[in-house]
Design a protein around this ligand. Structure first.
Ligand code: UD1
Length: 427
């Protein structure tokens, strides 16, 4: 198993570009199912999750041309008139985002079968709001042999109020309702920038959606949609990775493509901690000098601090001056698997339910550790930038699910970081 070797070094300096948002492109790919023909998606990150989502679509009979991905960040997707509206378990279980093919398949073909998402390192993630929403649009939903099967001759517009602004439920129900008969109103929707991106794509395909960036979406169903070309928004979580790297290693870095307006609350929190982000032409500029300062962090749905930023912020807090309380408000209490790894590096963190208390230490101490998921894995790589000695991040394939090449990006800023193929078992 490949691992990443990190040693603390000089302050980071230079320019790094962010790819298109992972959490947006996967939904844009699912949205192509809504219209037959040739779709072009640009600014696509060359990451493993895009490959797997491409395989999910291919298994349905969709043509997915990735030949332009590495050089031009472009995906060409040919959706036939007739597809097999089913996602195979072997692929769907690899990425939980595959659940969002359900809405477009059901809307277009009147039937969809998708494996129920299983548990992962974050624990189980229910999909009750997706199911209730489909039912409100007139679908019959059954769970059989581990699959979720939904049927409806034609979906009919309805009123849906989400119990919680779930990103996935908002996207799935939005994609179902654009081809439903009549008007659908969805209340308490998620407002993440990736949802705005999906709305822009659907609108360009001919959908009628009002209320972008607000908590209520009103969708007038149309009979058909058409393919289009769409550029994915930049990945704000990847941008946050580099910003926190600057906080840990000090320095001054331009993150090309990043949009400050998508990261307002994060920028405010980082400023409290001594890491300053400002908008520049086509990107943001990040500077940091000296030891960061502790600040309490609470995750919330957008525009609050994203739960996906938390591993980075918590890592920064491990070497900050002071004590901070980190509160997880989006997921269950067990989203702290990487904390044990940081503790192996000498971090002083105590978790209790949804809370973590982090007492900053002056330096971490390099150790062999393991990545558990994409963002936590990246955070552990960053931890190595503030650690004495060598940090070896095993199970680094998790990181490749969401970063085209995190190692190359950090290296381009002067970080001492390398891929390594160990002879042993990755630890
Ligand atoms: C998406 C992101 C993920 C991010 C999360 C929250 C993608 C591919 N993933 O995940 O990186 O961490 O948003 O910003 O875009 N819930 C229910 N019932 C439901 C649906 C959700 O109880 O029917 C709960 C979940 O268990 C969780 C919370 O709602 O506690 C938020 O989940 P949700 O916003 O749906 O996250 P995802 O779309 O899965």
């Amino acid at each position: 198993m490949r691992r990443i070797v990190v040693r603390a070094g000089n302050p980071l300096q230079g320019e790094v570009a962010v790819s298109g948002a992972k959490n947006s492109v996967l939904k844009c790919m699912a949205a192509t199912l809504l219209a037959p023909g040739r779709h072009v998606i640009t600014n696509v990150a060359a990451i493993d999750d895009v490959t797997v989502m491409g395989d999910v679509l291919s298994a349905m009979g969709v043509g997915v041309d990735r030949s332009g991905l590495a050089a031009e960040s472009t995906l060409v997707i040919d959706v036939p008139e007739v597809c097999t509206p089913e996602a195979p378990y072997e692929l769907a279980e690899k990425i939980r985002a595959s659940i969002v093919v359900l809405g477009p398949l059901l809307a277009r073909f009147g039937y969809a079968k998708v494996p129920l998402p299983g548990g992962d390192d974050f624990g189980s993630r229910p999909i009750d709001m997706h199911i209730k929403g489909f039912e409100a649009l007139g679908a019959t939903v059954n769970i059989r042999h581990g699959d979720l099967e939904a049927r409806a001759d034609r979906l009919v517009g309805g009123r849906i109020a989400l119990d919680y602004p779930s990103v996935g439920a908002t996207e799935n129900l939005l994609m179902a309702s654009v081809l439903a008969k009549g008007t659908t109103v969805i209340d308490n929707v998620a407002r993440e920038p990736e949802i705005g991106d999906l709305i822009d794509l659907l609108t360009a395909m001919g959908a009628q959606i009002a209320g972008k960036d607000t908590s209520t979406l009103t969708i007038e169903g149309v009979d058909t949609l058409h393919p289009t070309e769409h550029a994915v928004i930049p990945d704000r979580i990847e941008a946050a990775t580099y910003a926190v790297a600057v906080g840990l290693a000090e320095g001054d870095v331009t993150i090309k493509g990043a949009r400050l307006e998508h990261m307002d609350m994060l920028a405010e929190k980082l400023a409290e901690m001594g890491v300053h982000i400002s908008a520049v032409d086509n990107g943001v500029w990040v500077t940091s000098e000296g030891r960061p300062r502790s600040a309490d962090v609470s995750t919330l749905p957008y525009p609050g601090i994203a739960t996906d930023y938390k591993p980075f912020l918590l890592t920064l807090l491990t070497v900050s001056d002071g004590v901070a309380i980190v509160t997880e408000n989006v997921y269950g209490a067990n989203r702290y698997a990487y904390v044990a790894e940081l503790s192996r590096m000498g971090a002083d963190i105590r978790t209790e339910g949804h809370h973590a208390v982090v007492r900053g230490v002056p330096r971490l101490s390099g150790a062999p550790i393991k990545a558990h998921d994409i963002r936590a894995g990246a955070a552990l790589v960053l931890a190595g930038l503030a650690a004495d000695g060598t940090t070896l991040v095993g199970d680094a394939h998790h990181v490749e699910r969401g970063y085209a090449d995190l190692v190359a990006s950090l290296k381009s800023l002067g970080a001492d970081v390398e891929w390594e193929e160990p002879a042993g078992d990755g630890r």
